[in-house]
Design a protein around this ligand. Sequence first.
Ligand SMILES: Cc1cc2nc3c(=O)[nH]c(=O)nc-3n(C[C@H](O)[C@H](O)[C@H](O)COP(=O)(O)OP(=O)(O)OC[C@H]3O[C@@H](n4cnc5c(N)ncnc54)[C@H](O)[C@@H]3O)c2cc1C
Length: 554
Amino acid sequence: MKVHDILIVGAGLAGMRAAIAAHSHLAHLDIALLSKVHPVRSHSVAAQGGINAALGENDSWEAHAFDTTKGGLYLGDQDAIEAMCREASGDILDLERMGVIFSRDEKGRIAQRPFGGAGFPRTCYAADRTGHAILHAMYEQLLKRRIFVYEEWYVTSLIVEEGVCRGVVAWDLLHGGLHAIGAKAVILATGGSGRVFLTSTNAVINTGDGMALAYQAGAPLEDMEFVQFHPTTLKDTGILITEGARGEGGYLLNTLGERFMKTYAPEQMELATRSTVSLAIGQEILEGRGVDGCVLLDLRHLGRARILERLPQIRELSVEFAGVDPIESPIPVRPGAHYQMGGVRTNQWGETELPGLYAAGECACVSVHGANRLGGNSLLETIVFGRRAGRRAAEYAAAKVPRALSDATLRTEETRIRTLMGNKGPERAWQIREELGKIMSLNLGIFRTQKSMTEAGEKVRELKARASHVWLHDRGKIFNTDLIQALELQALLEIAETILAGALAREESRGAHYRSDFPRRDDANWLKHTLAYRTTEGASLKYAPVTITRFQPK
Ligand SMILES: Cc1cc2nc3c(=O)[nH]c(=O)nc-3n(C[C@H](O)[C@H](O)[C@H](O)COP(=O)(O)OP(=O)(O)OC[C@H]3O[C@@H](n4cnc5c(N)ncnc54)[C@H](O)[C@@H]3O)c2cc1C
């Protein structure tokens, strides 16, 4: 069996940053990454609008911390928020030294654009392809350090012995077959779970696997009911139209041609927080002022030159996927699932409740985003907390003596896969996945009620039972994507269960969690984190206090 000092599951920004940090800290360690897709196909590559840091002379990390706390409706842990905002500018400069080509202002400094909920233009960007620019620079750093990558391997389970995480069991997609891989420290950097919903900006690979792995291993998932719906996703496909489009000055219009945000957020208008803008759009559509299930994002007044310079990808996506050229016509947009604020509960150093297991990036909940994430803060989170988790895991691994592993988990997983392969069906995994997406989008979207969620809960339990019988068309070993989809489906269902449990219990509205039957925020009873633990009967909930340092809830 192969054994490493550190194994990082996930090769998006959080995973790569963790690997580089661990290597820079203790170069003698044996560090490996593992990813179900080639590293630069990770969803981080799709990030458009930018990454936040208080670089401006009149800006400060404290102001960034305040905006983040307030934007998250005071549910974020302020010690973690402070760490992220304080370290942001150093991390941006490190990225630049690694070779990230940020867009520039007229003076040649790193340019910054305004983003929703921010009191200052503090989002650094590379046109509207920021994730692409950072991920590729990071990959070069990985190659330079000769860090080994298990490319196209899929983790099916964590290995936990005597209450300590000691490695993973993973399926080699290219050759087929399960392998146990030992590690003194495992870092989960597996990204989001947006595909629980049908309308989502997320890549099809964002199925919440890492969160499900931790949940199954006994670590709690935190604040899973807080799913961000991005206000502007393209009609039909749900492709993201970056907030940068509004940051550059784009307007939102209803069917009467009104800039309706003046009713909902007269000061911030289109740059109010995402939860506010999504709710406003939902309300306009609900009250019949939408256009074909959407509202319109108008960029025409920005002019051709600016659109081509600052938002080239947005123009291309609109032309290709909606047949609309934003230089000439407004873009039809509607809210779609975008980001999981919750995730595997960690402290500021990425440590989970399970010794030996760390988590960073979107799959983790540190928690810096609280009830609503500000645009540009997620890329920042992957970099700051990826780096911190890498460093802490390196110290932990360096102090650990290696030990022999039993093959019990490997055997259990072999049985699980054999059973799946032998299923008679007749349903296919994609059918259940689509049903799940529909029910979650319909019943747990921007508006939620006890009735809608109870219905969804019953359906999800039924789907869970059906999912264990799905029929695999492909029973071979080589590149069996059918098998991977069946495994991903099981993860999606676990995630749906935790979102549902948290959302049903939380009888208030806060940020992205809006309950029509409890429309007010209730700090007296609900200013607390939800923790979901897995039991055979479903998610069991506990609650934990929010860390408040300098900003009292208002
Ligand atoms: C379209 C879009 C645009 C965005 N734009 C912005 C933006 O402008 N600014 C911003 O701050 N945020 C943005 N976000 C959010 C941000 O991009 C993500 O939250 C962040 O990039 C996630 O990074 P990550 O490293 O945590 O995970 P990812 O980049 O998603 O990587 C996850 C990795 O885990 C691996 N993996 C998952 N499961 C398994 C498994 N079972 N076995 C093996 N490997 C596995 C995958 O292969 C992948 O390598 C955007 C998100 C989307 C979807």
